[in-house]
Design a protein around this ligand. Structure first.
Ligand SMILES: [Zn+2]
Length: 77
């Protein structure tokens, strides 16, 4: 499995619900909503790697596993 942010090798974590969860050595552990993944594929968009990693770091001060949803569209270029 590849990381959905940096496309490096990452571990896929089984999770329930409309999410994909990954544990990446570079980006850490995170979830992305299926809705956002589909939208990005359709639009040919990718994550801004630095901005997304920074966003995840901030989120981890509050939650163990940050979830990236459609409303985080500014992370996408
Ligand atoms: Zn990564």
């Amino acid at each position: 499995m590849n990381c959905l942010i940096c496309v490096g090798a990452a571990r896929r974590i089984q999770c329930s619900g409309p999410w994909e969860e990954r544990d990446c050595p570079e980006c850490g552990r995170y979830r992305i909503s299926d809705e956002l993944i589909l939208s990005m594929i359709n639009e040919g968009e990718i994550f801004d790697i630095n901005r997304t990693r920074h966003w995840l770091e901030i989120q981890r001060m509050r939650v163990a596993i940050p979830s990236i949803e459609m409303s985080e569209a500014l992370l996408v270029t």
